[in-house]
Design a protein around this ligand. Sequence first.
Ligand code: AMP
Ligand code: AMP
Length: 355
Amino acid sequence: MLSDPRRNSFSKQDLKLGSFVKLLVKSKYTIATLGSHSALQILRGGKDEGFRTIVVCKKEHCSVYRHFRVADRVVEIPSYSEFHTAEDELLRENAILVPHASLIAYMSLDAVEKIRVPYYGNRRILLWESDRDRQRKWLEKAGLNLPRVYEDPDEIDGLCIVKFQGAKGGQGYFLARSSEEFRQKIGGLKDYSIQEYVVGIPVYIHYFYSVIRGELELMGFDRRYESNVDAISRIPAGLQEGIDVTYTIVGNFPLFLRESLLPEVFKMGQRVVEASREVCEPGIFGPFCLETVVTPDLKFYVFEISARIVAGTNVFMEGSPYAYLKHGIPMTTGRRIALEIREAIEQGRLEEILG
Ligand code: AMP
Ligand code: AMP
């Protein structure tokens, strides 16, 4: 069987640089993440940049990471809530932890705050992501188009989408046209928010802000495959009555955007980075995603921001067209994170990208 050249610990570029000292510094660190969401991509990216990698996962998930040989070590935990039991081991391995939605979904913000392992990214920005009012303040400061928010169900005067707190992947969201319909569907559920439903096509924009290079990069776009909303058009209109749609994420598709929309895409990302510095020093850095709906007049309405890697980037496991144009090699978001960490280590600037 042919050996995969990417499995070498150090890339050819490293060897060309000929800096043995740099290799030694890098080899002292390990990239670690929790086994779910975008872990395959993060770990593969870490290996592609020459790092040792560790995955922390529940017993039933371990075989996946062993199968794809992306982790040098697999650390088993009984449940996600017991992530802290792996921390001493991660500290011994000089690990840098790369967060993703599953880490945040399965641990409380408080528990994430207490993680002792060096953490890639600004963890305080998660407070701004997870609190809808703060998130809106941030996006408003960035001057983006946002869907209207109904503070009171009695204000509902058109089609709206009702969402629930936390990264639950669209589960349980529902649509309503009036306060009566809202009350009928909400039952006793709490912690909801009501947004105007913007009719257009959903576009998820993946960015990467590099602290080391001082530049915003476009990593790609995806659209989602959600159950059961993406199934409804398969049923004739006359038979759709009585089927309540919801938005549970099941998978993602890659998307290539109309090129004339790219200036607006960059402008929005840049404004989000600038506004983040005002709301939560030192601001957002690394990967983030603007979740948008594009209307027929080609306006982007931003209904959400994710302040870390999102799983939609998994569709570009061999690199997106945009990341390829920028880097000239298949550059995934996972690998881009590892590249940033590598450059930070080489330049003695690691503390600038940990938070
Ligand atoms: P999981 O570990 O698959 O249970 O996912 C935890 C959370 O991560 C979900 O509730 C979603 O919010 C998010 N997530 C996982 N996979 C995806 C995906 N493919 N696209 C978007 N979000 C996802
Ligand atoms: P989210 O969990 O916030 O990513 O949203 C899940 C799904 O709901 C996405 O696929 C969007 O298409 C849809 N969605 C969320 N907010 C809106 C909105 N304000 N208008 C239209 N669609 C939305």
